[in-house]
Design a protein around this ligand. Structure first.
Ligand code: HEC
Length: 169
């Protein structure tokens, strides 16, 4: 009984101390500060697990068609992705270096993620990172699938392809 009362009191003290620490402004929300390694690791693991479980949408049949890939390249360039992730022959905007985690290298990512996962991330965004929800920002599912088609092909897209596909008509 005594032990239980002690554990209960301890829990209350810890809760109050945590409330003072967080609500009292002692915890820094600075983006410029690194998270402790264990926090970064936990957040990254939760992100991957979440995306893998949530991403269930079936890709449309035309994902590999050049017209879809090229439409995706145009959306990628105009909707803002290139500012944070860069593109073939195009450097990301300097401000994106101020994000933590830094925006992923999509050429590498494209090989590791399924189209369903790419779709989910682009549509819904990722909490606790700078990755916006483009569904919330008004992009249609069709637009998002075309961007997925482009990102999926990224490892084989040359600078010249990208330049041609994104040139204004
Ligand atoms: C404001 C900056 C910003 C913009 C704009 C942005 N992203 Fe991101 N994106 C991020 C950040 C930050 C992450 C998280 C870093 C990570 O997952 O490694 C991320 C993560 C991702 C991931 C997940 C990578 C992974 O780890 O699985 C994909 C895919 C992605 N972005 C694609 C896109 C596409 C496509 C667009 C445009 C439709 C876009 N992003 C626009 C910042 C941005």
């Amino acid at each position: 009984m005594r032990l239980l009362a002690f554990i209960g009191a301890l829990a209350i003290i810890v809760a109050i101390a945590a409330a003072v620490f967080f609500f009292g402004g002692f915890w820094s929300v600075a983006e410029s500060q690194d998270d402790p390694a264990i926090v970064s690791w936990a957040l990254a693991s939760v992100r991957s697990a979440s995306v893998a479980r949530q991403a269930t949408a079936a890709p449309p049949a035309n994902l590999d068609e050049p017209a879809t890939v090229q439409a995706g390249a145009r959306s990628y360039a105009t909707i803002g992705c290139v500012n944070c992730h860069g593109g073939p022959g195009v450097k990301w905007a300097k401000f994106s270096e101020g994000l933590k985690p830094v925006p992923a290298d999509l050429v590498a990512m494209a090989k590791e993620r399924t189209p369903a996962e790419l779709f989910w991330v682009i549509k819904n965004g990722v909490k606790f990172t700078g990755m916006p929800s483009f569904g919330l920002a008004g992009a249609s599912d069709q637009d998002i699938w075309s961007i997925v088609a482009f990102v999926h092909k990224l490892p084989t897209v040359t600078e010249a392809d990208y330049k041609t596909w994104t040139a204004s008509p």
